[in-house]
Ligand binder design. Structure first.
Ligand SMILES: [Ca+2]
Length: 183
């Protein structure tokens, strides 16, 4: 009887340590504009990695963890409208509980998650402090692989000289996620 009790107790402890049941974890992380973004634009017609966009003294928008990116530095032609397409793939390993997206751009921005707009476009420019736009993207987030697409058009200023850094262009964004992982 005693042996049986000890054996049972040991088995119970072993099971409780090795096989926890119905536990969940909540994790928070973000994805942001960086040099791993895939971009297609006038300087990279077949696509390539983004480059750091230097902007000018008017670029005071700030999104911690994100950096300004474009398809070249400086822009290849500041005199005409130029559009760059950004693609960022990311993984969501559970049930998304929150998804907050913040973006700035020079000049006009359109944003899509898994092929759908989520109300975070900004076509009036947003490179200065306080102009960053924040949106709730939760309804577009899904379990597994997600795709973020951003389109940015730089408005041309006629008569500007290419290579001088005038009329800069770029995108700056961050998607902050909270996800519940169920075992
Ligand atoms: Ca510009």
């Amino acid at each position: 009887m005693l042996l049986s009790f000890v054996f049972y107790s040991g088995l119970f402890l072993a099971n409780s340590q090795v096989c926890p049941t119905s536990t969940s974890r909540i994790i928070s992380y973000y994805i942001a504009s960086d040099l791993e973004d895939w971009v297609t634009g006038p300087s990279k017609p077949n696509g390539g990695k983004a480059v750091l966009a230097l902007g000018n003294s008017g670029w005071s928008a700030n999104i911690p963890g994100a950096i300004w990116i474009w398809d070249s530095e400086p822009v290849s032609n500041p005199s005409i409208d130029q559009t760059v397409y950004y693609v960022k793939e990311f993984f969501v390993p559970g049930v998304a509980l929150s998804a907050s997206f913040t973006v700035s751009g020079d000049n006009r921005i359109w944003t899509y998650l898994n092929g759908e707009s989520f109300g975070c476009d900004n076509t009036s420019g947003s490179w200065w402090a306080g102009s960053e736009k924040t949106c709730n993207a939760l309804s577009k987030i899904k379990y597994g692989l997600n795709v973020l697409n951003i389109t940015v058009t730089n408005e041309g200023n006629s008569g500007q000289t290419p290579g001088t850094g005038v009329n800069p262009a770029g995108a700056l964004y961050k998607l902050s996620l909270t996800v519940r992982i169920d075992n």
